[in-house]
Design a protein around this ligand. Sequence first.
Ligand SMILES: Cc1cc2nc3c(=O)[nH]c(=O)nc-3n(C[C@H](O)[C@H](O)[C@H](O)COP(=O)(O)O)c2cc1C
Length: 434
Amino acid sequence: MTRSGKLCIGLSLSITWLNGEGWRRPDSDVENIHRAEFYIDIARRAEAAKLDFLFRPDSLFLDASRLSSAPGFSSLDPSLLLTAIAQETQRIGLVSTASTSFYPPYVVARQIQSLNWLSRGRAGWNVVTSMDGSDNFSDQPMLSSAERYARAREFTDVVQALWASYPDEALVLDRANGVYADAERVRPIHHRGRHFSVEGPLTVPTYPSAKIPLFQAGASEWGRDFAARVAHGVFAAAPDIAAGVDLRADLRSRADAHGRDPNDLRVLPGLSLFLGDTESEARDLYAQTHAGQNLQRKQAYVLENLGLDVGPLPADMSITPDMLSKLNRPVRSRTHADLLRRLIERETPTVSELLERPEVSGSAHWLFVGTPQDAAREIARWFEAGAGDGFIALPGGSARSMELLFENLMPHLIEDGLFDADYRGGNFAEHLGI
Ligand SMILES: Cc1cc2nc3c(=O)[nH]c(=O)nc-3n(C[C@H](O)[C@H](O)[C@H](O)COP(=O)(O)O)c2cc1C
């Protein structure tokens, strides 16, 4: 439960409703996904529905072969996009993604603090270690999860030290005596670490009294430890209620062990929402969206993450844990590989059942298909079971599915007393109670 006892709700701006066949719908507006207006319109509607924040995931590589069937992760720079949105919104939080594996910390510290100014205190930073893209930055392969998070820890320490290096209180602005700033209060950080050497100070002062909330995704042992130390929000892949309960309990106890108040860390499962005015409409939307699903791609995903080739196996054959080989090579995301392994250990699904599951689509998110009213009930069930402190909405199938989130599901959650109907505090951190 969050400090307010209410749900914390974000909307992913990764245009999930255009995935699969969604972009082919006449009303998808797919022509405009690289224009600011497309997102500004969504941001305004999300703000009218009082969502806590917009969340822009990011990737620094492009799998061009996937572009033949859908837009996927072909995307604008998140901080530039959120800056455009900041000009057209007033209260909603704006969480940008920046990779600790590829960017220099000085650039990220500056970018996110600039977004904080340009949004009048509404910036958040989604700290990712990334799954792919190393060959766009050097000849080195991706580091292991353990190494990526060791680097992320130092990176985050440097960014926070840089933010503190130029406090806004240093600005004196005394015209009469010609004192612009108290230079003594703007200090270098002299950081010399294993991964980075950064002198500081930052070129941008802090935005007055607006802390920048940190978000994280990645639930390996190292990812959890990192989140428990620094994150205020975790974007979680939790395909079922038990996965959410386990992850949240574990993160809270780790936060406690690090001397933090566990309520300061909000666990926010991604929630893939296929909404319709009736249940059958929602089911049709789900079926239409996935009609062109690529079986080979799913089989390749299982092989890559579990070392098991399901291609030659009969569709009704059960998969048991003893069929899984020990994979010693690194995987793109330990989180996703572990969720797949867990599914087989708990359910021993048949080959065809396995290939239907969200764990095999690579997102492994909580999936709901139905009416907004039933969605509100299901969300209450997860919340009461302790499977999350809210969620990050991933509307699926069509723009209508997103409209139903804003116009129907959100009012239900407010009516049921699960969600606050207004923004609090003067900035994003205050609104979240940080
Ligand atoms: C739900 C989820 C969302 C993620 N989103 C992003 C993202 O937007 N950009 C990115 O570069 N990496 C993203 N990642 C990758 C993580 O930052 C991390 O590098 C990866 O999961 C490996 O960490 P792990 O071993 O803890 O799973 C995401 C991971 C998960 C589980």
